[in-house]
Design a protein around this ligand. Structure first.
Ligand SMILES: NC(=O)c1ccc[n+]([C@@H]2O[C@H](COP(=O)([O-])OP(=O)(O)OC[C@H]3O[C@@H](n4cnc5c(N)ncnc54)[C@H](OP(=O)(O)O)[C@@H]3O)[C@@H](O)[C@H]2O)c1
Length: 168
């Protein structure tokens, strides 16, 4: 039986900030393009706050939202789960699921993730949401693509892919 692979995707500053007042603290169009390319056609799993953020990115295919409350009306491509095991049960038919955050969901689900698509934004910013610390010994940096500053990108960034080392 195939098991769903959980991939986290996030962008964090050098001081691990991923958000400020439920928004991203930067505007990096080519990082969004990278996100779209990597996640195209895949199901997303995210926390209710990230889903409701004004700059949230949603899957055109399928979105599963973690929340203690289920709203009365939902869109056809949006499902709600009241805990992680319920979300994983809904998504059990998917080969690959992208975990989109935010901070709470990254912290809770990091031990279950097989890949981290983690962009490092080369700056220090103020924030109130952070990507969790992870042990670099448990991961292999499989690829890294650097993007410099330009007219549309105030900060340079590196699009990194970490793959969890096999156990043992
Ligand atoms: N830079 C990035 O890559 C990135 C990506 C995503 C988000 N962000 C940022 O992250 C911030 C939001 O993070 P956050 O930690 O405040 O919120 P969040 O993780 O997006 O959502 C938290 C909410 O999700 C629900 N939830 C989480 N775990 C649950 C569980 N195990 N069972 C049931 N429900 C659960 C709860 O909803 P209820 O309160 O409804 O019960 C909880 O209040 C924002 O600033 C956003 O911009 C950044």
């Amino acid at each position: 039986m195939s098991q769903t692979q959980l991939y986290m995707i996030a962008a964090m500053s050098e001081n691990r900030v991923i958000g400020l007042e439920n928004r991203l603290p930067w505007h990096l169009p080519d990082e969004w393009k990278h996100f779209r390319k990597v996640t195209e056609g895949k199901a997303f799993l995210m926390g209710r706050k990230s889903f409701e953020a004004p700059d949230a990115l949603h899957s055109a295919y399928r979105n599963v939202i973690l929340s203690s409350q289920k709203p009365e009306k939902t869109e056809p491509d949006v499902e709600y789960a009241k805990d992680i095991s319920g979300a994983l049960a809904l998504l059990s038919g998917e080969n690959e699921v992208f975990v989109l955050g935010g901070a709470t969901v990254f912290r809770e689900m990091l031990p279950m993730a097989q890949r981290l698509y983690l962009t490092i934004v080369h700056t220090q910013v103020e924030g109130d949401a952070f990507f969790p610390e992870f042990d670099p010994n448990e991961w292999v940096l499989a690829s890294s693509e650097f993007h410099d500053t330009d007219d549309e990108h105030a900060y340079a960034f590196s699009m990194n892919l970490y793959i969890r080392k096999a156990a043992g």
